[in-house]
Design a protein around this ligand. Structure first.
Ligand SMILES: *Cc1c(COP(=O)(O)O)cnc(C)c1O
Ligand SMILES: [Zn+2]
Length: 422
C-alpha cells in the first residue's frame, strides 16, 4: 500500500475503478497504473486519475441516487459502489441567498451548503471515494492526518464500512472536532505539532506500515476526485449550467482544483454549455500562503506557520497551492484573505442573513466574498456561488464571545418589558 512509485501491485478486480484508466502526472503526463501511488516516478509531480468516460448523459445521472454516486460514472469507483456500506454523502442543498446577496449587493447569489453532509463537512465526499479505493486495494487500515473534519469523516466512514481506522490530528484542535472523531474510533491520535507536522508523520507511517490507506497521502489521487462532485452538483442544481463566479475555501487547494476539473469535464462531455467562469480562492490571513503568492504575482508558494482560528484551512504548505494560482489567474478570478475578526463576522453574517450556521472555513469564505465585492474584484451583476464547507457547531468557540443572550431576566413580564426587546 505504501509505495510512492509504481511497482507491480496485487491484481485488481475487473472494474474496480470504474471508467478510470490510469494515473497521470499533472506535471509531465507520465502514466502509471491504478494503485496506491501519488507521486510521479519520473518527476515526483502529483498523480491524478485519468478516465475514458464514453457516453454519460444527464438522464443517466438524474436517474441515480440523491448522493454522490449519481456521478459514479465520473468517479474512480466500481459500478456497484452503492452496494458497499458507506455514508452516502452529497446532493446537498444549493440555496438562493437573497438576503446575503442584498446585504452585499450581489444580484444573483447562491450558497452550496455542504454542512449537511453525514459528518457535517464536505470531507465526507472525498472520504467516500478514498474508502472505495482502500477497499479495492485491499487495505486493512483506513487512516489520515487531518485538520479536523477529515478525521471526523474517516472515522465515521470506517465505522460504517467495518474497517479499522486510525486518525491523526494536531493536539490543539477544537474540542468538538476531537469528540466528533473519538466517538467513531478508538484510535484518535493527537500529535503535538501543527497540521504540517502531522502530515509529515503520516507520510512516514505510510512508508513503514503495510496495508494502510492514508486517504490524503497514498490514495490521495482517488480521494481528491471526490471534490469533483461539488462541481457536478452545482451545475446540475443550476439546471445543467455553470455559474459565472464561484468562491471556494483553500486549505491544500485540492477542492478548488477539482471543482474546476469537474466543470471542465462537464463541458467536454457536453453536459453543460461551454462558457467562461471565474474561480476565487478564500484563505484566512493567518494562513494565506496562496493568497500571498497571488498578490505578489509569483508562481512559487512560500510555506507559512499557521496562526488562525480557521483551523480547518490551516495548511501552511498546501500541496495544490500552485494549481490554485494557475486556475484563479487563468479564469480571471483571484485569491483573497481575511482576518480572524472578519472570519467571525462572516459566520454571523451568514447565520443572520440565511439561517445557515457555518464553521470558521465558511466564515472565511463569506468574509472573502464580501471583501471581493468591496475591492471590486467580484462582478456583482454575475451569478455567483459561494461554498459553505462545514458546520458551525464544530467551532462554537469562534463566535461564543460575539453572540449570546441579549438579556438575563427574572421570569416576569415587567422584567421582559424592561429589556426593550418587545
Ligand atoms: C478540508 C477543508 C477545506 C479545504 O480543503 P482542501 O481541499 O484541502 O483545500 C475547506 N473547508 C473545510 C471545512 C475543510 O474541512
Ligand atoms: Zn511527472
Amino acid at each position: 500500500m505504501s509505495a510512492v512509485v509504481a511497482e507491480k501491485t496485487t491484481t485488481l478486480r475487473e472494474g474496480a475503478f470504474g471508467n478510470a484508466t490510469n494515473l497521470a502526472c499533472r506535471e509531465c503526463g507520465h502514466q502509471v497504473e491504478l494503485g496506491p501511488f501519488y507521486a510521479c516516478p519520473e518527476c515526483f509531480g502529483p498523480l491524478e486519475v485519468a478516465y475514458e468516460f464514453g457516453e454519460v448523459t444527464r438522464e443517466q445521472i438524474e436517474a441515480g441516487p440523491a448522493n454522490i454516486w449519481r456521478y459514479k460514472a465520473l468517479l474512480p469507483v466500481p459500478t456497484d459502489i452503492e452496494q458497499s456500506p458507506n455514508t452516502e454523502p452529497g446532493y446537498t442543498r444549493l440555496l438562493r441567498a437573497h438576503n446575503l446577496g442584498a446585504e452585499l449587493g450581489i444580484a444573483n447569489l447562491w450558497v452550496k451548503d455542504d454542512s449537511t453532509n453525514p459528518t457535517n463537512s464536505f470531507k465526507d465526499r472525498v472520504v467516500a471515494c478514498a474508502l472505495s479505493a482502500a477497499r479495492e486495494l485491499g487495505a486493512k487500515v483506513f487512516a489520515c492526518p487531518s485538520t479536523g473534519n477529515l478525521a471526523n469523516a474517516v472515522a465515521a466512514a470506517g465505522a460504517r464500512a467495518g474497517i479499522k481506522t486510525v486518525v491523526f490530528i494536531p493536539s490543539n484542535l477544537e474540542h468538538p472536532k476531537q469528540v466528533n472523531s473519538a466517538v467513531f474510533t478508538e484510535s484518535l491520535v493527537a500529535v503535538n505539532g501543527n497540521y504540517d507536522d502531522v502530515n509529515k508523520l503520516a507520510s512516514e507511517i505510510a512508508g513503514e506500515e503495510e496495508g494502510w490507506a492514508f486517504v490524503n497521502v497514498n490514495v490521495r489521487p482517488f480521494y481528491a476526485e471526490g471534490s469533483k462532485t461539488l462541481g457536478y452538483e452545482i451545475a446540475e442544481q443550476l439546471g445543467w449550467r455553470l455559474p459565472d463566479q464561484i468562491v471556494i475555501p483553500v486549505a491544500s487547494g485540492s477542492q478548488l482544483t477539482k471543482v474546476h476539473k469537474a466543470f471542465q469535464e462537464l463541458i467536454k462531455l457536453g453536459l453543460v454549455e461551454d462558457k467562461p467562469y471565474r474561480v476565487f480562492g478564500a484563505q484566512a490571513a493567518g494562513c494565506s500562503p496562496v493568497s500571498v503568492a497571488y498578490k505578489a504575482g509569483v508562481d512559487a508558494i512560500r510555506p507559512v506557520k499557521p496562526d488562525t482560528i480557521a483551523k480547518s484551512l490551516a495548511i501552511g504548505n498546501p500541496a495544490d497551492g500552485i494549481y490554485v494560482l494557475d486556475i484563479c489567474r487563468e479564469t480571471g478570478g483571484a485569491v483573497e484573505d481575511v482576518t480572524d475578526d472578519e472570519v467571525r463576522d462572516g459566520i454571523v453574517l451568514l447565520a443572520r442573513t440565511e439561517g445557515i450556521f457555518t464553521e470558521t472555513a465558511g466564515g472565511t469564505t463569506v468574509a472573502v466574498l464580501k471583501k471581493l465585492v468591496e475591492t471590486g474584484q467580484l462582478d456583482t451583476d454575475l451569478e455567483t456561488v459561494v461554498i459553505n464547507t462545514g458546520h458551525g457547531l464544530k467551532t462554537l468557540d469562534a463566535v461564543s464571545g460575539k453572540v449570546g443572550p441579549a438579556a438575563t431576566i427574572e421570569p416576569t413580564y415587567a422584567a421582559f418589558a424592561a429589556t426593550g426587546l418587545a
